[in-house]
Unconditional design. Sequence first.
Length: 669
Amino acid sequence: MRATTGEEGYEQFRVAEKSHGNWMKLYLEGNASEVLSNMGKKVLKQYLDALKAMSSALSRQLGKYDMYSMVVGMILIFQVLLLLLLATPEALSGGARVELPLGSALLSLPFYLLCLLCTSVHMLVCTSTENSCYLCGLPWSFAVAAIVVVSATLCLLVTMAVQRLVPEGRPTSKAQSSSDPSSFSELDILLLTGTLGHLFSLGASSFIEEEHQSWYFLLSTLCLAIFQDVCRTYFSERRGPADELCHPHPREVAPSKKWLALATPLLTLACCRFLRSLNQTGVQWAHLPDLGHWLTSAEHKVALSLLSAASLALILILVQHRCSLVSKIALALGLLGVYSYRAAVGNVLFPWQHNLRDLSKGTVEARFVYVFVLGILFSGAKDLLRSQVVTADVRLKARGLWEVYSGLVLLASLLFRPHNLPVLSCSLLIQTAMRQFIWWEQHYDAAQITIMHYWFGQAFFYFQGNSNNIATVDISAGFVGLDTYVEAPAIFLTAFSTYAGPLLWACHLVCYLSLEHARCFCPSLSSACLPNGADPGFKTSRLFPEVTIAKCKQQGTRRRVMVGVSENRVTDSLLDCIDLALLICYPPAACVAPPPRSTTAMAHGCYCFALLRSIPAAAYVILVTALRYHLFIWSVFSPKLLYEAMHTLVSTAMCLFLTVMDQNHGGRP
């Protein structure tokens, strides 16, 4: 503290210092009288009083919050959340197009009155408050822009709310009627209750400290629900003609595929149980040794080397199948460079390496990997740019997205510590198994798949060893390939390494919605329409009997877009299933330009992903504001708020990427 602060405690401390100096002079002079003893007691009392006064002053200073800025921030966050909630009917409809009445909101008298009112409040607060305020310190141009945004958004929300309450005689669409709770499946109820249950658990400090336990429980429950769906699909009796049309008959599915589908949830549970023991996180059991500590010990370096090599080989096998030939070679060399980097820094061993005398920083090896990462990302970005600007080719777009995803996987392999490489390989293994045998075969819609990806991403965030404590952030990832500290690359690499789990699952969601849902409504999509001749995995004859297919061929020119109908919910009547069969009867040209429904899957996923991140962020901001005087505000709630803010920033970037990928700017097919 400084003397100019005028704090009483500081002044008492200065007086105690002077008294202490006088006592030291008497002591050095050899004075051993009772005066010296009494003066020492007096000095001690002065120090204690000064410490008490300074502690009280510090508590009062820390207890002062910038409430004006906090309230404005909460208003902006809740405006975005309410905007998403009010846009739900249009965002999840068949067209997936939300019309915002910006014109009527900006040209209305309430908008200008709100701007005037907000400006008056801002001037009143900034001229009357004695404490420093962040918003008052901003230039007036930023303040006016914020006032205009708040006022316009509020008018927009009121206009949309009035439109929802007064439908103006518009007919109720099937998408709106499907919001009836009776139309929700068991999986829908599980996903909704699990998401809301996790939201309510954030109100307790113990649940925040052990949040990983909540996600582990939700993931295990989800696997059991998927296992039940698989059993119901392949082994239950058909109850009517609707089930015969809308679901494949068990006899028409290969037995190996049935058992692989049954094994996928069990494999997921086994991987999750292994990863839980790999890194102990949280507070309660963080002090106990785990498998990661065992692997990183010096006497088990051979086991760590074998596990790292096996994980890198599995990553190559699972990722390379949809890449181009050049990207496959770059990926293989890059993964070899990852192992070389870890061997150079002494984490793992080569078979011919028997001592650790030639250790280095691994800068050359890491930069070698960075070259291949940038090359793969450039190749994918080039294909995406061509598919968005030059031609609307779904094959080119799918390959570009997958190569971008492959480049991010290679970067994560480099930044992860060797004992965390199984986390990445298990993540890819679960994604592959779910994609091949569960999500497509069970006809889950875009909203369900998005929530599943979000849950898996959250769980793998904690599988990496992260927690809601800042001390668990691996800052060493920011120095990989760098000789000295460079701020921008270090921040990016550290953030990517920390949020690699949610980010990679979100990227996989983009790839899945772009490829799988595009081919879902393209019955003529053959192996030539997919990268490297991959199996499309869709046979019209498997899902619909010959009678339905014949009718479909007779009316092959009919194009009907059913609003708000998903594959797994059209079981109300035989007519619905026949209409769905007619819906997928598109000409072969649909392989190049996918029908509108393929783009709505991407839009639905983007909306659900944004809503999943907005609800907990908005709720937690209110919670932290209400508990700002809580005993654990700085040790538990504030670090969690920092994690939520960073996670929201990453999710916003992914939503923007989803929105860009949802646009079709192709000039010609």
